[in-house]
Write a protein that binds this ligand. Structure first.
Ligand code: ATP
Ligand code: MG
Ligand code: FE
Length: 347
């Protein structure tokens, strides 16, 4: 089917068009620069930016894909989780389109979309597989039995962060190092120093923590450790070697993420590991995962960095999978759910 996907859960307005697993268009308008001076996403600014960007982005996607709206078979839209005021803009636009075109509407889960996007890159998901979801608001290990959430166990959360998300840790550490928002890509580029220069803590990896939190993550202690280290240096009148601090912080994050992701594959017997979400664009994370997955005999699937951050194509391809699995269209009463759990793929 030819499916149009709409994404507006945070600060990216995304419209993607896919035919099966073929990517025809993926237009993204970001309001990230408007949020930068506040050091994080301001919900009111995001909502307004979505309103302004939605129609132009939709038009650009149709032009790029060389598709007329009347040719589209179905509309998929992010129904949650995310910022309420941002989500409702996409849901309203999708409902209006579905109504005007008389096409079925599918309200789907943004987080499942971060996982499903890999289909556009590497074809059908080898289910069951493990997915490491690492984004600005979420960090979890998922067992994916059925990405459409229709058959078997659907998507099961094996573990998740008990405090900050990985992307949030990058953003907060960047801020305390005086680097601009969003911090992930900036720290990724700044981390040219020695990753072993400073021994920052690896959250929830002690034998005792592993007993209860084998597949969980914690990054707030790491963030505090970086803050303390920087403070101590500054108080002693010493300079802060940014390349080393960035590399050591990044190593602590990626070491834990990759070790637990591979462990989850071994524990569940999954042969394939997928990654998704903004932090999955990170160079060091991709390198460490490649190394460790290969050593454990696990096949790693990594979507190109441009598909890891929020976009409409991931929603379109997830919609495609839901349609193929026989999922029922959402009714005209479809609403946004800011706290939608990852286990609920279709709303
Ligand atoms: P969620 O998907 O949980 O609702 P979100 O949609 O805001 O949150 P994404 O757009 O998936 O999150 O990812 C944004 C996050 O990814 C930000 O925290 C950003 O700093 C981080 N990020 C982006 N690129 C990189 C990178 N190269 N290295 C590390 N982090 C990165
Ligand atoms: Mg974003
Ligand atoms: Fe996201």
């Amino acid at each position: 089917p030819l499916v149009l996907g709409i994404e507006s859960s945070c600060d990216e307005t995304g419209v993607g068009i896919v035919r099966g697993h073929e990517l025809l268009a993926n237009e993204v308008a970001s309001s990230v620069e408007e949020h930068a001076r506040f050091g994080g996403v301001v919900p009111e600014i995001a909502s307004r930016a979505h309103l302004e960007a939605m129609l132009p982005t939709l038009e650009r996607a149709c032009t790029t894909a060389d598709v007329d709206l009347t040719e589209v078979d179905a509309i998929a839209v992010t129904a949650g989780p995310g910022l309420m005021g941002a989500l409702v803009v996409g849901v309203a636009a999708a409902k209006a389109l579905a109504y005007a075109l008389d096409k079925p509407l599918y309200g789907v889960n943004h987080l499942a979309g971060h996982v499903a996007v890999d289909l556009l890159e590497h074809g059908p998901l080898p289910e069951p597989c493990v997915a490491l979801l690492v984004s600005g608001g979420h960090t979890s290990l998922l067992l994916v039995d059925d990405i459409a959430g229709v058959r078997g166990r659907g998507i099961t959360e094996l573990g998740a962060t008990i405090d900050d998300a990985a992307g949030e840790a990058y953003d907060k550490v960047a801020r305390l190092l005086g680097l601009p928002y969003p911090g992930g890509p900036v720290i990724d580029r700044a981390a040219t120093g020695d990753p072993r220069a400073i021994a920052f803590p690896r959250g929830l990896t002690s034998p005792r923590d592993l007993e209860r939190h084998r597949f969980d993550f914690s990054f707030s202690g790491l963030k505090s450790a970086v803050a303390r280290w920087v403070e101590t240096r500054e108080r002693a009148g010493l300079d802060v070697p940014l390349p080393d601090v960035a590399a050591s912080f990044q190593e602590a994050v990626c070491d834990v993420l990759s070790a637990k992701a591979v462990d989850a594959c071994l524990a569940t017997g999954a042969q394939h590991l997928l990654i998704g979400g903004g932090v999955a664009a990170n160079g060091r994370l991709r390198a460490l995962l490649a190394e460790r997955a290969a050593a454990a005999g696990i096949t790693l699937r990594t979507p190109r960095p441009g598909l890891c951050t929020d976009n409409g194509a991931m929603i379109a391809v997830l919609g495609t999978e839901v349609i193929r699995a026989g999922g029922r269209p959402s009714g005209p009463e479809l609403g946004a759910d800011s706290g939608l759990p990852v286990s609920r793929v279709l709303v």
